[in-house]
Design a protein around this ligand. Structure first.
Ligand SMILES: Cc1ncc(C[n+]2csc(CCOP(=O)(O)OP(=O)(O)O)c2C)c(N)n1
Length: 580
């Protein structure tokens, strides 16, 4: 039986005593949060009442599905560097939200998920929608969350919120889950909220820096691989100066492409899926790789091959904020535990020689990147031109978002992002590979930063996983928001793998699509349909001139499967390999 908590009302201003649900909202305000994302539930009515009480200071964005809400909070965490906040109800709400928690975990994004929980006197009976969240999100280095707790005492709400924020940001950032028993939320308490928390920063050990300098002095083909979370504008600037002082080519890890200014002559490109083959060769041939802030995950290292695990052939320096990440996969030659804010400044201060032996090597890395931006012409719809047109027409500080699928490869290859010293994060993209991330992330960016543009590139499969969040954008008045849906009628990435492994045997990867433009119009968006390159720019112009968010439904042949090859070429090669 569902129990409705009776809210014990109290005037917070006269008695100092108020429901814990209100205290929770006050604690979030004290942490600097002015926007939370969620889907309401009867399990946390006292919190919703707290949002009403404090509506002048904080808003609750009601989303259409908890997956979208959790993605929005994750995007908020990426954009702000502080925890994004999501509220969901128990059981079904929490299970729907888990995709966003997983993304925050794999992407090292600070985030706090609050989950309504059954009343304390019903615990452990498998009460209505009851789940043990400690088990479900199982904290650990392979779990879904960094820390999971259930707040038993109304008086300790401020303590739990402060710790949740601290844990989410400290070391390797990540998600925290707090379960909130409904009776606890309606209990009165006079507990004061705690001040805004800041993560403690760690400086790299001086001895380690001396060793790193010696390794650099002995190197001939060094490469910096930067990425991960925990960066700020100063740290990004310090990284740029370190690179300039030492003339180091800098590559960015997959989907952390905004860590270094893509227009800088020392930028070498991003490493992960669809990487420039010349950059792959350069990485494999490097005699020193300085991995700065990156986790060196499976995608970035392409199955731990670009850098052989556990001992790469290249000399490896791994600098990371989380002690648990160092030595976890790679036995690096030098491991330094440090926050990016401190590590980058320490590297910038390393005394560089007047000239380095690898100056030509660095210049050619930049030249390889520039050459990779030149696209072979494609017809009738040229995705490279689409991306370049978007970049030409949208402001430099636009936030680019995508979910998972081959379509994202065009954005990653041809999109040039300013380093985050210029405009903070300009890329919101899931290293967890979660489909459906891009649209909610763009909606979050548009609502949190109405002065900036948000641009989402989606696949047809990807888009419909969270497409209902079009309504959230419309409902909360998002304006500077454009979504382009690449409709190739297939879960193309999977089709590509099928053609490689089982050529010609298509199964389960066809898509039957709606008219995406008509769908978007039904949600109050301006929408266009485009099937050739010439029509894209005028359509985008009309979207920009519209007073509502805009969606462009792009019709692309399924054969155009990546920026480098076609489905038919993959099938042919696989068939040939089988017959020879
Ligand atoms: C939530 C989720 N489900 C399934 C997958 C597996 N998956 C990865 S890419 C992909 C297909 C993406 O299709 P689409 O959005 O149409 O893009 P395309 O690859 O055709 O460009 C699938 C099913 C995933 N990454 N995430």
């Amino acid at each position: 039986m569902l129990r409705t908590a009776t809210l014990q009302t109290a005037d917070p201003h006269t008695t100092g005593s108020r429901p814990a649900g209100h205290v929770l909202v006050e604690a979030l305000i004290a942490q600097g949060i002015d926007t939370c994302f969620g889907v309401p539930g009867e399990s946390y009515l006292a919190v919703l009442d707290g949002f009403h009480e404090h509506r002048e200071h904080i808003r609750f964005i009601a989303c259409r599905q908890e997956g979208g809400a959790a993605f929005m909070a994750e995007a908020q965490g990426k954009l702000s560097g502080r925890p994004g906040v999501c509220f969901v109800t128990r059981g079904p709400g929490a299970t729907n939200a888990s995709i966003g928690v997983h993304t925050a975990f794999q992407d090292s994004t600070p985030m706090v998920l609050f989950v309504g929980q059954v009343a304390s006197d019903q615990r452990d009976r498998e009460a209505f929608q009851e789940i043990d969240y400690r088990q479900m999100f199982s904290p650990g280095t392979l779990g879904l969350a960094k820390w999971v707790a259930e707040v038993q005492s109304a008086h300790r709400v401020p303590e739990y919120v402060a710790r949740a924020f601290h844990t989410a940001m400290q070391g390797r950032p990540g998600p925290v889950v707090l379960a909130l028993p409904e009776d606890m939320l309606s209990t009165l308490t006079s507990a004061p909220v705690l001040p805004r928390v800041q993560p403690v920063h760690a400086w790299p050990a001086p001895g380690g820096l001396r060793d790193l300098r010696a390794m650099l002095m002995a190197a001939q083909r060094p490469l910096v691989l930067a990425g991960g979370s925990g960066w700020d504008a100063e740290a990004a600037m310090a990284l740029q100066r370190f690179a300039e002082n030492w003339q180091l080519p800098v590559a960015c890890a997959w989907r952390f492409q905004d860590t270094f200014d893509n227009r800088h002559p020392l930028y070498a490109g991003d490493i992960g899926i669809g990487t420039n083959p010349k950059l792959v060769a350069r990485l494999k041939d490097a005699d020193l790789v300085i991995a700065l802030g990156v986790r060196l995950g499976e995608m970035t290292t392409q199955g731990y091959t670009y850098l052989q695990a556990p001992r790469p052939t290249q000399k490896l320096v791994h600098i990371h904020a989380g002690a648990e990440e160092l030595g976890r996969v790679y036995q690096a030659d030098l491991m330094l535990q440090a926050s990016m804010a401190c590590a980058a400044k320490a590297l910038e201060a390393l005394a560089a020689p007047v000239a380095v032996s690898w100056a030509e090597h660095a210049a050619s890395a930049g030249a390889d990147y520039a050459a990779n931006l030149v696209a072979p012409a494609a017809s009738p719809l040229d995705m490279a031109v689409v991306v370049k047109t978007v970049q030409r027409l949208l402001p430099e500080n636009t936030v680019y978002t995508n979910g998972a699928g081959n379509f994202s490869g065009w954005l990653h290859r041809y999109g040039q992002l300013p380093g985050l010293q210029h405009h903070g994060r300009t890329q919101l993209a899931p290293t967890s590979g979660a489909m459906g991330y891009g649209l909610p992330a763009a909606v979050a960016a548009a609502l949190l930063h109405p002065d900036r543009f948000a641009f989402n590139l989606a696949g047809d499969g990807d888009f419909l996983m969270t497409g209902q969040e079009l309504a959230t954008a419309t409902g909360y008045g998002a304006k500077n928001l454009i979504s382009v849906v690449v409709d190739n009628g297939t879960y193309g990435t999977i089709r590509m793998h099928q053609e490689r492994e089982y050529p010609g045997r298509v199964s389960g990867s066809d898509l039957f699509n709606p008219d995406f433009a008509a769908l978007a119009r039904a949600y109050g968006w301006h929408a266009e349909t485009v099937d050739c390159t010439e029509d894209f720019e005028p359509a985008l112009q009309r979207c920009l001139a519209a007073s509502s968010p805009g969606l462009i439904h792009l019709k692309l042949s399924s054969d155009v499967i990546t920026s480098r090859t076609t489905l038919s070429a993959i099938r042919q090669a696989a068939q040939q390999a089988r017959t020879t």
